[in-house]
Write a protein that binds this ligand. Structure first.
Ligand SMILES: [Zn+2]
Length: 401
């Protein structure tokens, strides 16, 4: 693959053209693709059959007539902020942000690989923690998923006290290294495990978030050095949720970004109901010439119906890596929208998806004009920009590989 290198100069004309071509991008194609039931790390219990259901891409324009306020996060510390944390000059292209985000984030084996890799690559990543990974098995009755029996969840609890403590050690290292911790909520109730998160009310989400915060407190009592006020957003299980029910609960809990919705191609974040939405892109898998939400389970399902075929690890890893590269190139040379790379820490297909994401992190985060950043860092950067410039970016056509 090739990509443009060097300064952002000489491309103002292209950008102006892209802005005027915005209308072309607003043709929404309805696609039926996988919603995907996925599960988290470690030994996973799935009481429900994976049940990929149809979803529709969210509307990209004119969704609300109500003025919405833009969330504000604390600014970056000028003493330690990287050089790219500044306002763009007129006509200057933004950095290509890549947001590596890991759902569940309970697997210490994955952390042991990702932490040194991220350090070598200058990457900051976001761990979207399943709260019950901080709750040892013997305390599982301290969790009651909305509508579900006490002590029940679709993923495992934290294991032994020692396993929780070991996990906390990795979280502390991650925090010290500048990575961010958000939430994947707790019980991972997807379609089929009713009442699943797609049917939860604001009251249900409030209960789930209250309990998430309680488990963070449990973790803190065991040595977790996580300031709860730095938990600023999350991704819902299997990307399922009703926005009008979820977002009010998020705002009540100080959460200001969501990264659970799906857009056609890579698009700039936008504020919905007072929450920054960093959508997951639906992209093309070049090897299959089919479209899929760019997330590990969905890729797996597209590749072989999510059958466990560890002998195909190398093949699946390469196809996934080539997909990431293709989407990155299209975005870098197009609208430069922050690119969300969402994965679980999992061993599906022999670990093909973790392998692909790690290979991609190693090569992309060191590229020119590319910044692998956390959600908070991108929000801080957006706060520094002229709102009209950000709106120009949002008006550009989605990056479609
Ligand atoms: Zn998940």
């Amino acid at each position: 693959m090739t990509q443009r290198r060097g300064p952002f100069s000489g491309s103002k004309n292209m950008w102006a053209w892209l802005s005027t071509a915005t209308a072309l991008a607003l043709v929404l194609v309805l696609l039926t693709v996988l919603g995907g039931t996925e599960s988290d790390t470690d030994p996973v219990t799935l009481s429900s059959t994976p049940s990929p259901g149809p979803w529709q891409p969210v509307a990209t324009a004119g969704t609300s007539a109500t003025p919405e306020s833009t969330p504000v996060v604390p600014p970056a510390d000028p003493a330690t902020a990287p050089s790219w944390m500044r306002k763009l000059n007129p006509g200057e292209k933004p950095p290509q942000f890549v947001l590596f985000s890991f759902d569940g984030a309970g697997s210490t084996a994955h952390w042991a690989r990702v932490l040194p890799l991220a350090k070598r690559s200058g990457a900051h990543v976001t761990a979207l923690l399943s709260g019950i990974y901080l709750l040892e098995n013997s305390r599982k009755n301290e969790y009651t998923g909305p509508g579900h029996p006490r002590g029940s969840a679709e993923i495992t609890f934290g294991g032994t006290r020692q396993e929780v403590v070991n996990r906390i050690g990795y979280f502390n290292q991650a925090i010290a290294d500048g990575h961010e911790i958000g939430t994947h909520y707790n019980g991972h109730f997807c379609q089929g495990a009713e009442p699943s998160v797609g049917f939860w009310s604001t009251q249900d989400w409030n209960s789930e978030m209250d309990q998430f915060n309680k488990f963070v407190e449990v973790g803190r009592q065991l040595g977790l050095r996580l300031d709860p006020t730095t938990i600023r957003g999350g991704r819902t299980p299997c990307l399922e949720h009703k926005q009008d029910q979820l977002f009010p609960a998020m705002l009540q809990h100080g959460l200001v970004y969501d990264t659970s919705q799906v857009t056609l191609g890579v698009q700039w974040p936008k504020v919905k109901q007072g929450v920054w939405e960093f959508a997951m892109p639906e992209v093309r898998i070049p090897a299959l010439n089919s479209k899929v939400v760019m997330m590990d389970f969905n890729l797996w399902y597209a590749l072989n119906g999510a059958q466990e075929q560890p002998e195909r690890k190398a093949e699946f890893s390469q196809i996934t890596l080539d997909t990431y590269r293709s989407v990155y190139n299209e975005t870098f040379n197009g609208n430069r929208a922050p690119l969300v790379i969402g994965n679980h820490f999992n061993e599906w297909a022999g670990g093909a998806f973790g392998d692909a994401v790690e290979r991609f992190m190693g090569e992309v985060c060191v590229k020119t004009d590319t910044v692998c950043a956390t959600y908070t860092e991108v929000m801080q950067w957006m706060q520094l920009q002229d709102p009209a410039v950000l709106q120009e970016f949002r008006n550009m056509p989605a990056a479609m590989n």
